[in-house]
Ligand binder design. Structure first.
Ligand code: CAA
Length: 379
């Protein structure tokens, strides 16, 4: 057992921190206020190698690993959860399934530009009637000659509209239930593929969350990811990894809110002394710090397990469940300790509390994480 980060990880962490502080933090309030996707930041993220951290260099990546990637999402999310989820959805949900299930030709064509950050990725699973019940897919993909023809729609898709490459699930055989689902790579601007309604959200307001619409959208047969009928398994395995990304985002939000609060309580004076001198403040901070650290251990452990090809589905679910709960609790306490000021948009903890909520919902609600954990425990 060694709980110390190696020199290499510490150096990476510093680099991620510096980028987040100088390039991301100054824009976080504006991104939230305007609900505008941070296009320029994403270009900079690409230049600094944030878009392909865990992929080998021969696939266009940075040759890093899952822990380095988790740390990057954590550092970005400390200052801007919108930026954290853009990187997480791109890396975990689009580039990773192509890396893990793609043919050499698919990797060359799609993974390399994604990992280099030349292209942005997204993932289409959720539908109006297939949220938690992900196997109830209604989007269809029918093979006609050398093409699949996609019909249907997806909702709540992160990075939609800005992404170039979409990993999309659709039914190739409705009679087979979840074993009739297949995964496809769909390029933006394919005729018959359009972006629908953009959601107005409580938090992560700069991240684009839209509907995908497929109307007789023809894609080459070669864009089938894996084999026919493997789509549900691919989606579930992809989400196991995605949950490490969202757990890292939740951890970052909580750690960011804690840092803001530590700073604030030393400055803010009441009854003639900084509120940091009051025992209630100290006890709250102690609880917050302990929970952030416990969440970090779960997140890093899940990343370690995935990296080392150990089972990690349960570990990822536990990390996401706990880190999301901690993000909600710590940001709520942070607002409370900031008092009236914390409720205003003058201080970032208000945004952090709104951003935290989604981590209990997307990539599987907290209840779904409990289902996954219990299923592993009882099998
Ligand atoms: N890895 C590999 N295979 C898996 C698996 C996994 N993690 N989980 C399930 N499977 C396999 C099972 O082994 C089973 O295979 P067999 O039929 O051969 O035995 C098959 O898949 C079906 O499994 P279940 O019976 O457990 O499936 P279910 O229909 O009962 O669903 C569930 C289980 C946990 C509720 C699952 O549907 C789920 O995770 N739902 C939540 C979906 C979700 O997270 N959506 C998020 C959308 S993406 C998003 O939010 C992204 C964004 O843009 C940010």
């Amino acid at each position: 057992m060694d709980f110390n980060l190696s020199k290499e990880y510490i150096m990476l962490q510093r680099m991620y921190q510096e980028f987040a502080e100088t390039e991301v933090k100054p824009l976080a309030e504006e991104v939230d206020e305007t609900e505008e996707f941070p296009v320029e930041t994403v270009k900079k993220l690409a230049r600094y190698g944030f878009m392909g951290i865990p992929f080998p260099k021969e696939n266009g990546g940075e040759g890093g690993d899952v822990l380095a990637y988790a740390m990057a999402v954590e550092e970005l999310s400390k200052v801007c959860a919108t930026t954290g989820v853009i990187v997480s959805a791109h890396t975990s949900l689009c580039a990773t399934p192509i890396y893990e299930f793609g043919t050499p030709a698919q990797k060359e064509k799609y993974l390399v530009p994604l990992a280099k950050g030349e292209k942005l990725g997204a993932f289409g699973l959720t539908e109006a009637n297939a949220g938690t019940d992900a196997s109830s897919q209604q989007t269809t993909a029918d093979l006609e000659g050398d093409e699949y023809v996609l019909n249907g729609s997806k909702i709540f898709i992160t990075n939609a509209g800005y992404a170039d490459t979409y990993v999309v699930m659709a039914m190739t055989d409705k009679t087979k239930g979840n074993k009739g689902i297949s995964a496809f790579i769909v390029e933006k601007d394919t005729p018959g593929f359009t972006i629908g309604k953009k959601e107005a959200k409580m938090g992560i307001r700069g991240s684009a969350t839209c509907e995908l619409i497929f109307e007789n959208c023809r894609i080459p047969k070669d864009n089938l990811l894996g084999t026919e009928g493997k789509g549900f398994r691919i989606a579930m395995q992809t989400l196991d990894g995605g949950r490490i990304g969202i757990a890292s985002q939740a951890l970052g939000i909580a750690a960011g809110a804690l840092a803001e609060t530590v700073h604030y309580v030393k400055e803010r004076k009441q009854f003639g002394k900084p509120i940091a001198a009051f025992q209630n403040t100290q006890f709250q901070l102690a609880d917050m710090n302990t929970k952030v650290e416990a969440a970090r251990l779960l997140v890093y452990k899940a990343a370690f397990c995935k990296q080392n090809k150990m089972p990690y589905s349960k570990e990822a679910a536990m990390a996401k469940l706990y880190a999301a709960e901690v993000a909600m609790e710590v940001t709520t306490k942070a607002v409370q300790l900031h008092g009236g000021y914390g409720y205003t948009r003058e201080y970032p903890v208000e945004r952090m509390m709104r951003d935290a909520k989604i981590t209990e919902i997307y990539e599987g609600t907290s209840e779904v994480q409990k289902m996954v954990i219990a299923a592993h425990l009882l099998k």
